[in-house]
Design a protein around this ligand. Sequence first.
Ligand SMILES: [Zn+2]
Length: 466
Amino acid sequence: MSGVETYLAEHYEEALEDLKAFCRIPSVSTDPAFNEGILAAAEFMANRLKKAGFASVEVLDTGGHPAVYGQVISDAALPTILVYGHYDVQPPDPLDKWASPPFDPSIREDRLYARGVSDDKGPLLIPILVVEAYLNNEGRLPVNLKILIEGEEESGSEHFEPTLERNRGRLACDLVISADGAMWRPDRPSMTVASRGMVAIDVTVTGASKDLHSGRHGGSAPNPIRALCKLLASFHDAEARVAVPGFMDGIKSLDPTILTAIDVADFDAGAYYREIGTPKPDPIENGSQLLVRQWLEPTLEFNGIFGGYQGPGTKTVIPSSASVKITCRLVAGQKPSKVIEAITRHLETNLPAGYGLQIEPHGPGSEAFSVDPNLPGLLAAESVLAELLGSYPLRVAMGATIPIGTAFRKYLGAEVIFFSFSTSDEDYHAPNEFFRLSNFRTGLVAWARLLGRLADHPKLEPTIII
Ligand SMILES: [Zn+2]
């Protein structure tokens, strides 16, 4: 055990008290009633960074909830790592479902229960404690380390990208390590290496210029609900895959390491459908197919459909318009702008005569994120996990969208790896959120070793950074 690891073990009880103190602050970002908690958590983080030995600690004005920044620059010749995390948490509701109060941390069976402890206060505190251990033990870090702690992750990160853009200079780095994220399963170490992108579109089909009486006009007037349903029925094939020409253009072949993880995972499709409360649909035959669909294939989902009378009783109306909200999850190689074009073309081509069409995308959308399979930082993180946890981590993908992956690449030119010691079953966003303290202890050792191993991480060409 290195001196740093011995130090971390000896100071574990203090670390736990720090984590409890952090969790006592109700830093719910979405509800203005918790604004004081947000400011208190930002201040708590700034003070904790200073105590750990970070320099240039600053609470950054973002235009929304503040972000917190700090850095330890050891030697300009060393690689620079930027650590990301967030101090804000989800609302604790429903309060009556908690076995102990959400902002009064409580330990049961080596798990710490509190809102935000797994997402992301526990995993975020780990690298800060590790920096402190290095500085108190060796007087320096093996790398230059910067940290950026966001306060709006749980409420849409509205000011995050502008903050990255404004602070490009100070955030310049060779690799970003996110302390946010989660291991996929408690029984196998994993690294998240891909997530799907997204585009969102609203579509409205119009008929007559006003709503019409279905007796007087039925049979002669166009019905936009009928036209919309016909259009929507043309979006998928019999296997429930997207059948829009051009939609799949550019998709890269499936990453073999993720396919291996899917095979090893031995996912139970029956249990999954029981949990979500639906019989297994026809196109899905087994757990591997299900994970391929969730992680590696794009989707087009109808999220809401509107038109005509929706109140009690009946109304004999032919509506003048009908609309649908669509979101698509994208995979590696798909360009959001091309996907929007393909959907637009498909709608225009298939729109029956006698109807109008309005198509409104919500913003430009986001591309899928995937880590270069040979990224030195990823390989280093995997070797640390293999050494500590006894088996090589599975490379897993996520069906949901992780916006920070593409944001750091866009504004800093740096790649991101996810190195979190939270586990996806720890009820974050739900009552009785907990963090396994065994993972807190493992995480401290893992971060200490990872920073050591990143001392020879390649440095980015300075030309990439503005
Ligand atoms: Zn999080």
